[in-house]
Design a protein around this ligand. Structure first.
Ligand code: ATP
Ligand code: MG
Length: 219
């Protein structure tokens, strides 16, 4: 047996170790750089106020993102209003949960008058206006920490509600209040007034592979 030197197995593990060390060092350097960037951003973000968020795009995750923020706000006992600008064909888990378990949340859903039927455009507009009448006072009430306007973008796209009035209400809401708007589309004027705009991209959707909408996941 050689007195010194290494077996090929040991040699491999030495070179593996070196490679790992290199990788670790590279990772550490990258993380330090990233941390410096994040710290600089944190340092320069000195405005303390509510934020207006638009979650749009064709991918899944817009409304569920909004309800994630509802959960966060409730964790801090904040006052939350949720208004859905669509009449659900079926109950959703979030509706059941908020109605049954969170009476402190002001939840409102567009009424039965809404049909998506363009032949009943005036009925749709009336339902949209009634629903807007529920959310507007929330946008003027500084006791609300978070107001969610789920699927609001369609009301603008279909010209059921005046875009200018919506933008004005969001722009002039109480300083500490945050708002979340969801729905596909959402024109440039709406995007302009929002602080954060996320465009959820569809890469794949289970539905297109024939998988049915799933209770507790999709509704
Ligand atoms: P979620 O409520 O799951 O976050 P969403 O708000 O992003 O979805 P909506 O356009 O409001 O999407 O659609 C509501 C329903 O349609 C949900 O059941 C959702 O899973 C489903 N859905 C969302 N995106 C797609 C898609 N690209 N193709 C098919 N179904 C979709
Ligand atoms: Mg949605």
């Amino acid at each position: 047996m050689p007195a010194c030197g290494t077996t090929s197995k040991e040699r491999t593990s030495v070179s593996d170790n070196k490679q790992n060390e290199k990788r670790e060092a590279k990772h550490k350097a990258a993380m330090e750089k990233q941390k410096a960037k994040v710290d600089a951003n944190i340092e320069s973000a000195d405005l303390e106020r509510g934020v207006a968020i638009l979650v749009t795009g064709n991918g899944k995750g817009k409304s569920s993102s909004a309800f994630g923020m509802v959960m966060r706000a409730l964790g801090y006992d904040m006052k939350v209003g949720v208004v859905q600008f669509i009449k659900g064909e079926q109950l959703s888990g979030e509706e059941i949960y908020l109605r049954d378990k969170c009476p402190q949340v002001d939840f409102y859903q567009m009424g039965t008058g809404f049909t998506w039927n363009t032949q009943d455009r005036s009925g749709d507009i009336a339902a949209a206006k009634d629903t807007w009448a529920k959310v507007l006072p929330m946008l003027q009430d500084d006791s609300y920490d978070l107001v969610v306007m789920d699927e609001l973008t369609y009301m603008i796209a279909y010209d059921y509600l005046p875009e200018a009035e919506i933008i004005d209400a969001i722009a002039n809401r109480p300083r500490e209040q945050s708002v979340v708007v969801t729905g596909r589309g959402g024109g440039s004027a709406l995007q302009e007034v929002m602080d954060t705009v996320s465009d959820v991209k569809e890469v794949k959707h289970a539905f297109k592979a024939g998988i049915k909408a799933r209770r507790g996941v999709d509704y």
